[in-house]
Design a protein around this ligand. Structure first.
Ligand code: KG4
Ligand code: ZN
Length: 351
């Protein structure tokens, strides 16, 4: 997995055991730029990927010839990075005469719940990360229905940009959650700022976050600076971060509520489950809100362990394994001339 700013290598088996799972984050390389720089990311993947693959093999105590297939993210993502992981995967597959599986990064996030808990199809999936915000029905391996996505920024992007406006370091999501937790009077903080709730109450299942980000900018401009550098008072940031985070949780839960109603009506699943995955799924306020929503709707709410919510290679290995086992009849892997795809929707109808 090399589609963004994590270089990752993993080995899983069909019992769902994770035999190795290494993630090398490039946070330090990108921090001074306040976001991921594609060229720097690609170069860092080149520098670290081979070492990481070797370390994963050694963690799992396996030799290449003992593997059954090689999966690599082939999109969507930053194309330079995607190509590096993809070519490394193809090289191992070619030299070991193993099937090569070209995995859609989003499919990795979508199937993670089955790696950990063997969640049965169909389930409803809220995918919230730095690059994507989607509501999907996961019907089967390779079979997805896209019900809603963001019209502008992704949820994680909105967390990161809003955090930056508040003067918090990159990556903003976790930092914003941390400072929001120190808000002294949550009720007062909510009343103090007037933040919009874009798309709330709308019938269609799309999201929009750019208005919320703009509102944060306007609120930040109104706050009194704590010093000559224009930094804000910690207590003000804590209040604003709390108001922002609970508004995000509120809009996301509103979209999910509609999706749950539609899912139950259209699929009548035996054990209805809402899965939330992607980096933003690590957010406690969002997790708790969705948990309550699911309880109200007799739905099971499921979020993978935080380590597997963000980008990792175990999810890519697992998606490759599921495709190899359950893909279309006679699927023996993808061709070695498979091209990396910067854009690659999961739902064929959305292409
Ligand atoms: O899935 P991910 O690791 O990478 C992408 O594929 O984008 O998601 C990264 C995103 C970043 O925007 C990060 O700020 C956000 O997930 N994130 C969080 C939290 N932890 C990570 N956002 C809100 N609260 C968190 N605790
Ligand atoms: Zn991701």
């Amino acid at each position: 997995e090399t589609s963004c700013d994590e270089t990752a290598a993993a080995i899983v088996n069909d019992d769902g055991d994770i035999l190795a799972n290494l993630v090398l984050s490039q946070l330090n390389e990108h921090r001074e730029f306040g976001g991921v720089v594609p060229e720097i990311a690609a170069r860092a993947h080149i520098d670290h990927l081979n070492t990481l693959i070797k370390a994963a093999m050694s963690d799992a105590k396996l030799r290449f010839e003992e593997l059954d297939g090689i999966a690599a993210t082939c999109g969507p993502g930053l194309i330079g990075g995607v190509m590096i992981g993809m070519i490394a995967g193809k090289a191992i597959a070619a030299s070991q005469k193993l099937p090569f599986i070209a995995v859609n990064h989003l499919e990795g996030h979508a199937l993670t719940p089955r790696l950990i808990d063997n969640i049965q199809f169909p389930y409803l999936l809220l995918l919230v990360s730095g690059g994507h915000t989607q509501i999907l029905v996961v019907e089967d391996v390779g079979q997805y229905k896209l019900w809603g996505s963001t019209l502008d920024d992704a949820a994680g992007e909105c967390f990161d940009k809003s955090a930056k406006l508040m003067g918090l370091p990159y990556p903003g999501g976790p930092e914003l959650q941390k400072i929001a937790a120190s808000c002294e009077n949550p009720g007062k903080a909510l009343a103090r700022f007037s933040l919009p709730t874009p798309m709330k109450g709308r019938k269609e299942l799309d999201f929009s976050f750019s208005g919320l980000k703009t509102a944060i900018r306007l609120e930040v401009e109104k706050l009194p600076p704590a010093n000559e550098k224009g930094e804000l008072k910690r207590a003000d940031i804590a209040d604003l971060a709390h108001a922002f985070q609970s508004t995000m949780a509120d809009v996301i839960a509103d979209r999910c509520k509609r999706a749950i109603e539609r899912f139950k009506a259209e699929y009548s699943p035996a054990e209805p489950t809402l899965v939330v995955s992607g980096g933003v799924a690590a957010n406690i306020a969002i997790r708790e809100k969705l948990q309550t929503l699911c309880e109200e709707h007799n739905m099971r709410s499921y979020a993978p362990p935080i380590k597997l919510c963000g980008d990792n290679a175990a999810m890519i290995a697992w998606a490759g394994l599921e495709r190899l086992q359950k893909g279309p009849n006679g699927f023996k892997g993808d061709p070695l001339d498979f091209k990396a795809r910067p854009r690659w929707p999961l739902d064929d109808a959305a292409k």
